[in-house]
Design a protein around this ligand. Structure first.
Ligand code: PEP
Ligand code: MN
Length: 360
């Protein structure tokens, strides 16, 4: 699938602001809650109101959404505020109901994007629609799955397309709820430069204190918009309480965020630089993560050695590692001097770790 120039048009057609701001609660809870938040977001940077009607929950027993009745509340919110309305759809039945209730934007959630059958079912139900359709990244860091979902929608002749970057799940705990893996979104942007890309800092961070930082990173990378979960009483939200912010906090955030210009050469330079730096940061984080994991294994080895009263320094093993790494490093353009320095430092830290374990 090639990049399509017209993809960007819907942003202009609706005269949506740059950045495009989508805000609203994780879930529609009551009619009063929906109307209150929508009114609080009117006359702000927000162009589109979001609310989950059917909630995909990782485990059963959580709040699974109010269902069809919520669509009526959104219709009312739209009539009263003029905001466009956005919901998540996961089945053909959801699509049918969304269209019947005049919903403007339909997004496909991360747990749905992973399933080609489900995406195809939605794409078929949407065929030829002029609704705006946003495809969230799959939960797992798989670029082709994300592209595949896009192709299914594209093949259904959906013209007003966009993607949402909401991060990727990891088994290991990180500081994010969903690791951003910026490189994957940047690859997507490079492949489809005219496809609007929206960042979801709420689901990336999982905590309200980190939202602004990630939103700024997205703007530095010239994202087209942000989707931010916003609730009148975040602490008592029925889902995703820790990551929701009030409309007042959202407004202040947009006063503080630096919106980057999209045109002019200097900003092109800055954007390129920001993208590259973000990639560097991603790799640096991985280096640290790997070193941390390596040290955990080192500690286990230390314990084993302690049990059998074996010396820490094993010269033969150390020389094998050095030889192997020097030759593999050479193949990817790393000098033997650098490999020597790097692995000496790693080795020393490993010895220090084992000494600690041995002498406990
Ligand atoms: C959501 O936006 O409320 C949601 C469920 O998001 P995701 O699909 O990214 O988890
Ligand atoms: Mn949510």
């Amino acid at each position: 699938m090639e990049n399509k120039k017209y993809w960007r048009n819907w942003l202009d057609d609706f005269q949506l602001n740059h950045p495009l701001v989508i805000a609203g609660p994780c879930s529609a809870e009551t009619e009063e809650q929906v109307l209150k938040i929508a009114h609080d977001l009117k006359n702000s940077d927000v162009s589109i109101f979001r609310a989950g009607i059917w909630k995909p929950r990782t485990r059963p027993g959580g709040f699974e959404g109010v269902g069809e009745i919520g669509l009526k509340w959104l219709q009312k919110a739209k009539a009263e505020t003029g905001l466009l309305m956005a919901i998540e759809v996961a089945t053909a039945a959801h699509v049918k109901l969304a269209i019947e209730h005049d919903i403007d934007v339909l997004w496909i959630g991360a747990r749905t994007t992973v399933n080609p059958f489900a995406v195809q079912e939605i794409a078929d139900a949407l065929a030829g629609t002029d609704k705006i359709v946003l495809l969230k990244n799959p939960v797992n860091p798989d670029l082709s799955l994300w592209i595949g979902g896009l192709e299914r929608l594209y093949n259904s002749n959906i013209k007003k397309l966009g993607i949402v970057h909401r991060g990727f799940s990891t088994y290991e705990k990180t500081k994010y709820r969903n690791n951003p893996e910026w490189q994957i979104a940047i690859d997507m942007q490079n492949r489809f430069p005219d496809l609007p890309i929206i960042c979801d800092p709420s689901h990336i961070t999982g905590k309200r204190a980190m939202i602004q930082e990630v939103a700024q990173q997205a703007l530095d990378l010239n994202y087209d918009g942000l989707i931010i979960e916003t609730h009148n009483d975040p602490d008592n939200a029925w889902s995703d309480a820790a990551q929701q912010i009030t409309p007042a906090v959202l407004k202040q955030m947009f006063v503080d965020l630096k919106v980057r210009k999209t045109t002019d050469d200097a900003s092109e330079y800055n954007q390129k630089m920001a993208k590259l730096r973000m990639q560097i940061d991603g790799y640096d984080e991985k280096i640290l993560e790997n070193l941390g994991n390596r040290m955990q294994i080192v500690d286990q080895i230390g314990l084993l050695k302690k049990e059998k009263n074996v010396a820490i320094l094993q010269n033969q093993r150390w020389n094998e590692i050095l030889t192997k790494m020097t030759s593999e490093g050479k193949e990817i353009g790393l000098s033997p001097e650098f490999i020597m320095q790097l692995f000496k430092a790693i080795h020393q830290e490993s010895i220090n770790h084992q000494e600690k374990v041995m002498n406990k």
